[in-house]
Design a binder for this molecule. Sequence first.
Ligand code: C2O
Length: 552
Amino acid sequence: AATRYYTFNVKLQNVTRLCNTRAIPTVNGKFPGPKIVTREGDRVVVKVVNNIKDNITIHWHGVRQMRTGWSDGPAYVTQCPIQTGQSYVYNFTINGQRGTLFWHAHVSWLRSTLYGPIIILPKAGLPLPFTEPHKDVPIIFGEWFNADPEAIVAQALQTGGGPNVSDAYTINGLPGPLYNCSSKGADTFRLKVQPGKMYLLRLINAALNDELFFSVANHTLTVVDVDASYVKPFDTDVVLITPGQTTNVLLRAKPTAEAAGATHLMMARPYATGRPGTYDNTTVAAVLEYAPPGHIKSLPLLRPSLPALNDTAFAAGFAAKLRSLACPDYPSNVPRRVDKPFFFAVGLGTTPCPGSNNQTCQGPTNTTKFTASINNVSFDMPTTALLQAHYTGQSAGVYTADFPASPLEPFNYTGTPPNNTNVSNGTRVVVLPYNASVEVVLQDTSILGAESHPLHLHGFDFFVVGQGTGNYDPSKHPAEFNLVDPVQRNTVGVPAGGWVAIRFFADNPGVWFMHCHLEVHTTWGLKMAWVVNDGPLPEQKLMPPPSDLPMC
Ligand code: C2O
């Protein structure tokens, strides 16, 4: 196995999109940031140097970080942020994962511009379980804001306002030809393909606040891997990808340029069941082109068709098609028994406007703020890192180990919500014994309307054993769970007006964040943390902290 060294110099860079120039935080002046290319089994060492005025951290989204929680990156969870002028070396090994992940800043909303692909090749000599592609191409979705997103998060925190929506979605940092702007030619990502060849598109949703539908005109996509785990291949015209998810798809170019006969758009736009008007409903496009045959002068431009913005039936059908390989080379170790069952009601709510009467809030009424919670708890970020408090045994005053295993009072989650949702704030965690087998049923609540929430768990790849619409029924649904070939991933959409059940073994000692990957919901409190205790053996213990770990 090799060691791959990188230096990430975080600095401002002038970038122009939609005819608007802004100095944005970048890594090494690139937007999107540089790719990490590694192999399963390799060690990755990244020195991150902070040359901007904001505190930063970088998270290696989806990397399991076995016993190396100090390198996971969420600010105030596994580390204090890297301050201006300081640096920190992230050092971790990739094990049991292959495919695509991504890295992003994990403090405030800085991930709006600080993100890039992580490409994990299989171990040398190990074949792919699908056709070897001619070329692989990262397709990374993001959002472009003409204004500074840091001002938006400040507003979301203080007044509970909905997010000012972004001004465009981007593919590889570029908004594409459907947006009005005089420099639109330069603003478009173009993929040139050769007839007859196979391409692996590594789709990454790094957008802040929207799940996306993606499609390529007149080409079928074969899904082969999600969140760096292989799946049983299946064909689809449209992929649904939530923030925090990655999906590898194969695209076979038409046999000849004549057969292609067109220039094809690749397009993405949101799947958004939530509050209308609080999301960006624009469409990003990139161009897939074949070298035009000499005798054809101008080619027609083909657009794919995408599902409606609120097509929850498509979302459910797409999720149901995802199955892990579960074969002798890639067995599934889904937990068959459950030691620790949890039922988490996740959703939005409101809370009274704080402080003096002359403060106006921006919730549903001007005396309320939006809030978001799990089991009536809206999570408060601590001012020191949870992992350090856990490791040094000094949790008093930092967190309490009393995160509720179920809601205060059950209600009809998909029916009329209760008047008082009893949300309280706290830095509350669940403490798990080493290697406990954990089941979490995530139930969407309709308190402010049904909305899909992409829940992301750090430190684990969980198994998605069941999902459904309506209320979860413990007397009926467990019998229908898939314990044979459930998909394994790190981010799952909790269906709008429905539920999803996940399982994992708590085999990674440390402190692991779980949160909605819609950044505005995280800001409002839809987050919590799991503390996994050390096991008895040396190889079951969290490693000691690195000497350059930043202090708060
Ligand atoms: Cu991709 Cu906690 O995040």
